[in-house]
Design a protein around this ligand. Structure first.
Ligand code: MG
Length: 391
């Protein structure tokens, strides 16, 4: 996010509905889809677009805690509460984004998690020359009008489109339109522009960009997700030398010892190995590239921020952690008594359940530098589920 830039681009995700048509115990945007809530997929998809500077959701005030769960770890603006109708909700969301140097605004349904970069591109590009744009699909099926389950007419599909979201506008125009038509029943935002006689361009939507409304849609989404993700593994290794001191920092915890560990940061060898494993899984370089030891700002730094940085890079790519496995290699201190709290600490830093974290320890039976008690080494493996990148 670059707050100095003028003419920023924002996305407003409408997630204030209670999903009565869906029939499940939770509103559809908070339903689990492949281990994350539907809304998490949707927010991640918009955050992943390089031209979108900020994302905000409009939510139902009763859903605050569901929402916080859904977007945990994502860099998103704080949510605003919606109104009685979708139109009210959108207006409140738009008003909250005034005075932020925003030009282009995308309005998107919280329950359309598979919006692709190219669908977003189409809408944003059209806004360079036009007042509005909407992702849409030309109707392919033959259309029938019917009464009492009998055909009364074949309707020409010529020129008929199915409107999806995102729908894109220039913020000041769409806000003015919402104020002008406040209180009227309109089904989508482009309709406001139609009423004003403003041009709205139809851009290429996608069949995958469907809205999850029914249980059948959810099954379709699960199948699609299984075909759109891949599992990646990264490994990391690190070693730090013993130095004067009376504790070592391992997995974010200070463990009493006769020595400390020497390093530019807090020398948390386990978290350094873990950071490299996470970076490795997404092909994003290594810890030294992201946090150069030559930079004074990392002197004495707590290493949980290195792990958190790698984790947020992964999440920005739509990824999630399946599991991490750490091995700490030393003769002393004894790791066993601290293993449980280390698992807790690592799970907490990563923002995942403890069952996704393993911490193990071994010695090298007196051999090598760890055997001679010169220092501590650590290995880590991280397995993550990532969106498959389309060429
Ligand atoms: Mg290190």
């Amino acid at each position: 996010m670059n707050s100095n830039k003028n003419n920023l681009t924002a996305a407003l995700i409408v997630a204030a509905g209670r999903g009565h048509r869906f029939g499940g115990p939770l509103p559809k945007q908070y339903t689990d889809l492949g281990g994350k809530m539907v809304l998490n997929h949707t927010v991640s998809a918009l955050l992943a677009h390089p031209d979108i500077d900020m994302v905000r959701c409009v939510i139902h005030p009763d859903d605050q805690s569901l929402y916080e769960n859904a977007v945990s770890g994502l860099s998103i603006l704080s949510p605003v509460s919606g109104g009685a109708t979708r139109q009210d909700s959108v207006r409140l969301g738009l008003e909250s984004l005034e005075d932020q140097n925003i030009d282009k605004i995308l309005i998107h349904d919280g329950a359309r998690p598979f919006v692709s970069l190219s669908v977003i591109d189409g809408v944003l590009d059209a806004l360079n020359d036009h007042a509005g744009a909407v992702a849409a699909l030309a109707v392919a099926d033959t259309l029938k009008r019917g009464k009492d389950a009998k055909i009364t007419q074949t309707v020409s599909r010529d020129g008929l489109w199915r409107a999806q979201t995102p729908q894109g506008f220039h913020l000041k125009d769409i806000l003015a339109a919402h104020h002008k038509f406040a209180g009227e029943e309109l089904t989508d935002d482009t309709q406001l522009f139609e009423r004003l006689g403003l041009e709205v361009i139809l851009t290429q939507g996608s069949h995958d960009n469907f809205k999850i409304t029914t249980g059948e849609d959810l099954m379709r989404a699960e199948n699609l997700l299984a075909h759109h993700t891949e599992t990646r593994t990264g490994m990391g290794f690190d070693a730090h030398r013993f130095d004067k001191g009376d504790f070592v920092t391992l997995c974010g915890l200070e463990i009493p010892h006769d020595f400390g560990l020497k390093g530019h940061s807090d020398a948390d060898v386990a978290l350094h190995a873990l950071t490299d494993a996470l970076l490795g899984a997404i092909g994003a370089g290594d810890i030294g590239q992201h946090f150069p030891p030559s930079d004074a700002k990392w002197k004495g730094a707590k290493s949980d921020q290195f792990v958190q940085h790698a984790t947020s890079l992964m999440r920005e790519r739509g990824g999630e952690i399946i599991n991490v496995d750490l091995t700490i290699i030393c003769e002393a201190p004894k790791i066993g008594p601290h293993r449980e709290s280390m698992v807790k600490s690592v799970a907490n830093i990563l923002g995942v359940d403890q069952h996704r974290v393993s911490v193990k320890a071994t010695t090298t039976e007196g051999m090598g530098f760890t055997g001679r008690k010169e220092g501590i080494a650590a290995q880590a493996i991280a397995t993550v589920r990532l969106k498959t990148l389309k060429a």
